[in-house]
Design a protein around this ligand. Structure first.
Ligand code: DON
Length: 602
C-alpha cells in the first residue's frame, strides 16, 4: 500500500527548505537544553564560537555537549565523535542513527589520516530490478518507504572501529550519555515536535514508529519528555557486547526476524557479513592567498571528494570575487554542471567498479573541462556530457568512457558534525538514514531504519528522489554500497589543521561543501561568514540553478541574462564547521544558523 510518494518526500523537502525560519546558531556556552523554537527575527550569528581547547559543532546542542563533556574527561576527538554520534541517534532521530550508515574522516595531530566507510550495503537477496514493477515502471514508494527500502546498516560497526583504532575510551563510557538520554529522556524541542508532525503520515504506517515517535498517536509537543526505553535497552546491549551484539546477537535476531515477517530482505547472514571499509583519503594541493593548502577529502563510494577536487581544479586561476558577483556565481555554477555530469557517469562503489579517480582529479583534465565553459553564457546541460578523464601526459583511456547514465536527487536529512580536540586531532563525520526518518520503519529494537537503497540507480535513466541521474555502475547488487554525496573534508593551511567541513542535503552536499571550502580557502572569509554566506547549487540535471532566498534580485537577473534558469530555494545544505584561528590557535565553531545547530567548546 502506498504511504508516502517519493515525489511527496521531495515536495516536503522543498517546502521545508522554502519556509524554514532563521534560528540562533553557534553558541559558546554549555547547552544542556534542547533547541529553542526557531525565531524568524533572530539575527544570524556573525562570529563563530571560540574555544581554546576543543570544539564540537553539530545540529543539536545536546549532541555537541556530549562530545565536549567527553573531551573534558580526557577523551580525544574520536572518543568525542563516537559519543556524539550515539547521542545524536537519540536526540536527532531524523538523521542521527544506528540504523543507517556514514563516513568518518579522521586526521590525527601527528598527520595520520584515515577514512572509515561504514556506508550501508545491499542485502544478499537484493536484485538490480527489485523496485521495477511488471509494467516496467519504477515503484517509487517501495524504494523509499518500508522494509524493502532498507540496506544493511553500517553505523555501529563504523563507530566501534573508529573508537577501537583511534579512540582512548571504552565503548560503554562513550555510549553512557546516549544511554542516559534514551533512558531518562530529553525535552522535545519545537523543531522536533514539528518535524515529527510533518513526518507522521509515513511514521504512522508502522506500529513501532507510531508507538515511539508519535507517542502512541498522542503526538509530542514542545516541552514533553521523550524517553526511548527500547532504544536505551539496545544501546545498553551494544555498550556491553559491542558491534557483535548488533550484527550477530539479540539485536541482529530482532532485525532479521522483523524483516522476514514484513517483506524486508535483510537476513542474519547479511548482518554477520557487514564490513567497514578503511579507505585512503583523497588529497589535493592548492596555493591561495599566499598559503599552501591541502584538501583531505572522502574517496568513493562518496562522490563528493572526487567532485570537489575536480571543481577546485577547474576553478584554479578563475578569479572569484564573492557571491554578490554574478560572474563568480556563473563560473562556479558552470563548474558544478560539468562536475555533476562526470559524477553521474563515473562514480559508484569502488570495490565493484573501476572508477577513473586519478583522471577525474587531475589538473590537466580539469583544464580541458574548464575550457568548455563560456565565461559569458550558461551552457545547456543537454550539450554537456561527461568528459574523458585522464592524467597529465597520458591520453584518455577508452576504459574511462562514460557509462550509461541513470538519475540523481536531494532530500532533507543527514547529519554532519565536526570535532577538534586540544591536541589538534580532527574528525569530520557525516551519517544518514537517507531521507528524514529513513524508511520510516522503527525496529522493535527501538531505532529507525534507513532507506539508503534509493541511493542506488533504481532504474536507469530515471532520476532518484533527489532528482539525480546516476550510472549503471551504481546498480543494485548484493553487498554493493550505493553511491553517496556525503563529503567529509579537512583542510590544512601551510601543513596545519585549518578547517573541518561537510553538509547534509543529498547532492547539494557537494556544492555546499565546495562553497564552504571556497569561502574559507579562496575568499578568506571568517569561519561563521563562510557558513552564513548564501549558497547555490547546480547538478547538471535538471538544468537549473538553485539559489538560496537571500540572494538579491539583481544577481538573479544578471544570471538569467547569462542564460541560467534559476529557482529560489529557502535554504540549501547544513554545515557544522570548525575553523582554526591562525593567530591564536583557537577553535572556531561555526554551526549553521539555517537550522539550530550548536557549536560548543571549552
Ligand atoms: O548519501 C547520500 O548522498 C544521501 N543518502 C544523503 C541524503 C541527504 O543528505 C538527505 N538530506 N539532507
Amino acid at each position: 500500500m502506498i504511504r508516502i510518494q517519493k515525489t511527496t518526500l521531495l515536495f516536503l523537502f522543498v517546502l521545508l527548505a522554502a519556509t524554514s525560519s532563521l534560528a540562533p546558531g553557534a553558541t559558546g556556552q554549555t547547552a544542556a537544553k534542547p533547541r529553542e523554537p526557531a525565531d524568524a527575527n533572530e539575527p544570524w550569528p556573525k562570529e563563530a564560537a571560540r574555544a581554546a581547547h576543543g570544539m564540537v559543532a553539530t545540529d543539536e546542542a545536546l549532541g555537541s555537549q556530549v562530545g565536549v563533556d567527553i573531551m573534558k574527561r580526557g577523551g580525544n576527538a574520536v572518543d568525542a565523535a563516537v559519543a556524539t554520534a550515539f547521542a545524536l541517534a537519540v536526540v536527532e532521530p531524523a538523521a542521527g542513527n544506528i540504523g543507517g550508515g556514514g563516513f568518518m574522516l579522521i586526521r590525527l595531530a601527528d598527520g595520520k589520516t584515515t577514512f572509515l566507510d561504514y556506508r550501508e550495503t545491499a542485502p544478499g537477496k537484493a536484485t538490480q530490478n527489485m523496485y521495477i514493477g511488471k509494467d516496467g515502471k519504477l515503484d517509487e514508494d517501495t524504494c523509499v518507504i518500508g522494509y524493502k527500502s532498507v540496506a544493511v546498516p553500517g553505523t555501529v560497526a563504523g563507530l566501534e572501529l573508529a573508537l577501537k583504532t583511534y579512540g582512548t575510551m571504552k565503548l560503554a563510557d562513550v555510549m553512557a550519555p546516549a544511554i542516559r538520554l534514551a533512558d531518562q529522556g530529553f525535552l522535545v524541542s519545537a523543531n522536533l515536535a514539528t518535524e515529527l508532525e510533518e513526518d507522521s503520515p509515513g511514521l504512522q504506517a508502522f506500529p513501532m514508529s507510531q508507538q515511539v515517535f508519535l507517542n502512541k498517536g498522542k503526538m509530542f509537543k514542545a516541552g514533553d519528555t521523550f524517553k526511548q526505553p527500547e532504544l536505551a535497552a539496545t544501546l545498553k546491549r551494544i555498550a556491553k557486547g559491542g558491534a557483535e551484539e548488533f550484527y550477530r546477537r539479540e539485536t541482529a535476531e530482532m532485525l532479521a526476524d522483523e524483516m522476514a515477517k514484513n517483506g524486508g530482505l535483510i537476513t542474519l547472514e547479511d548482518l554477520a557479513h557487514y564490513k567497514v571499509k578503511v579507505r585512503g583519503v583523497l588529497h589535493a594541493k592548492y596555493e591561495s592567498g599566499g598559503h599552501s593548502w591541502e584538501v583531505l577529502i572522502s574517496p568513493p563510494p562518496s562522490s563528493g571528494g572526487v567532485a570537489v577536487i575536480e571543481a577546485l581544479n577547474m576553478l584554479q586561476g578563475v578569479p572569484l570575487k564573492g557571491w554578490d558577483d554574478p560572474q563568480s556565481v556563473h563560473m562556479v555554477a558552470e563548474t558544478m554542471r560539468r562536475v555533476f555530469a562526470d559524477r553521474a557517469a563515473f562514480l559508484a562503489d569502488p570495490d565493484y567498479s573501476n572508477i577513473p579517480v586519478a583522471g577525474l582529479t587531475d589538473p590537466c583534465y580539469a583544464k580541458e573541462r574548464a575550457s568548455t565553459i563560456n565565461p559569458a553564457k550558461a551552457s545547456s546541460s543537454k550539450d554537456v556530457t561527461a568528459g574523458t578523464p585522464h592524467v597529465c601526459g597520458v591520453s584518455a583511456n577508452p576504459d574511462a568512457a562514460p557509462r550509461m547514465v541513470a538519475s540523481l536527487g536531494e532530500g532533507p536529512h543527514t547529519t554532519h558534525f565536526s570535532v577538534v580536540d586540544e591536541a589538534g586531532n580532527a574528525v569530520a563525520s557525516t551519517y544518514t538514514l537517507n531521507h528524514s526518518y529513513g524508511a520510516h520503519v522503527t525496529s522493535t529494537a527501538g531505532f529507525l531504519l534507513n532507506d539508503e537503497m534509493d541511493d542506488f540507480t533504481t532504474q536507469p535513466g530515471v532520476p532518484n528522489s533527489f532528482g539525480l541521474i546516476q550510472s549503471e555502475a551504481n546498480a543494485i547488487a548484493p553487498a554493493h554500497r550505493p553511491l553517496s554525496s556525503m563529503t567529509p573534508t579537512i583542510l590544512l593551511r601551510d601543513g596545519k589543521l585549518s578547517f573541518v567541513t561537510d553538509s547534509r542535503g543529498g547532492p547539494t552536499i557537494i556544492s555546499v561543501t565546495l562553497l564552504s571550502i571556497l569561502n574559507w580557502m579562496r575568499l578568506g572569509m571568517e569561519a561563521q561568514a563562510a557558513i552564513n554566506a548564501p549558497r547555490f547549487h547546480h547538478q547538471w540535471l535538471p538544468d537549473r540553478l538553485l539559489l538560496e532566498k537571500d540572494f538579491p534580485a539583481g544577481l538573479e537577473t544578471a544570471l538569467n541574462a547569462r542564460g541560467h534558469e534559476t529557482l529560489r530555494r529557502g535554504h540549501i545544505g547544513l554545515v557544522n564547521a570548525i575553523g582554526i584561528d591562525r593567530a591564536t590557535g583557537e577553535r572556531l565553531g561555526a554551526a549553521d544558523p539555517r537550522d539550530q545547530g550548536a557549536a560548543v567548546g571549552y
